[in-house]
Design a binder for this molecule. Structure first.
Ligand code: E4P
Length: 219
């Protein structure tokens, strides 16, 4: 399973890329707004930091397919080498995804909460479907179950070429469960990536090795 970072914070992206395990960056309008910088400038900067895919979302002010397509073209033009345009799941979004596919513009259908939504997005031609695990947990439905269902469905149909991207990841256990389910990608906030790297027994083990070494060999 690939790991992307889910943020528009440039410092966190830089630190995560330096770990050598992060191969893409996902953003959304809320994440970019939180950083308080210009929308397109932020996406351009992020796209220059990595060769991996960078996900820029249409701003949700466009609701008709023709407006979504127009904005998607602008976002794609920021960095055609690695920009993937995120388009929210609904019927206008599906129309936009299929038109953009014909133009060769890669898309990620986002805000997906059911297997049927994922199936429609894949059939429309989305390169990725973003399944929001944490937001499903928030309403009492096990988010990782939907990841499993979508992985199983796509595996039934070799003609579907759409990556299952687990989003809205809140905990290290979400990551483990998505990997067990067979997700292609998990996009993870910086703080959760940090939690994944830690274990108290690793910390105490390092401390013990250090003390045992110093006792016999000195500093
Ligand atoms: C997906 O790409 C979204 O940016 C993100 O994962 C949403 O997560 P949230 O539910 O924590 O806002």
């Amino acid at each position: 399973m690939k790991i992307f970072i889910d943020t528009a914070n440039l410092a966190d992206i830089q630190k995560a890329l330096e770990l050598g395990i992060v191969t893409g960056v996902t953003t959304n309008p809320s994440l970019i707004a939180k950083e308080g910088l210009d929308y397109y400038t932020t996406l351009k900067k992020i796209a220059s930091m990595t060769d991996g895919p960078v996900f820029g979302e249409v701003k949700a002010t466009a609701t008709l397919a023709e407006d979504i397509i127009k904005e998607a073209r602008e976002i794609y033009a920021i960095a055609p080498k690695n920009m993937v345009v995120k388009i929210p799941m609904n019927t206008e979004g599906l129309k936009a995804i299929s038109a953009l596919k014909k133009e060769g513009i890669p898309t990620n259908c986002t805000l997906i909460f059911s297997a049927n939504q994922a199936l429609l997005a894949a059939l429309a031609g989305a390169s990725y479907v973003s399944l929001f695990v944490g937001r499903l947990d928030d309403i009492g439905q096990k988010g990782t179950d939907v990841v499993s269902e979508v992985v199983d469905i796509f595996a039934n149909y070799p003609d579907i070429h759409c990556e299952v991207l687990a989003a809205s990841i809140r905990t290290p256990m979400h990551v483990t469960d998505c990997a067990i389910a067979g997700a292609d990608v998990a996009t993870i906030p910086y703080n959760v990536i940090m939690q994944m790297a830690k274990h108290p027994l690793t910390e105490s083990g390092i401390e013990r090795f250090k003390n045992d070494y110093i006792k016999v060999f000195g500093e």
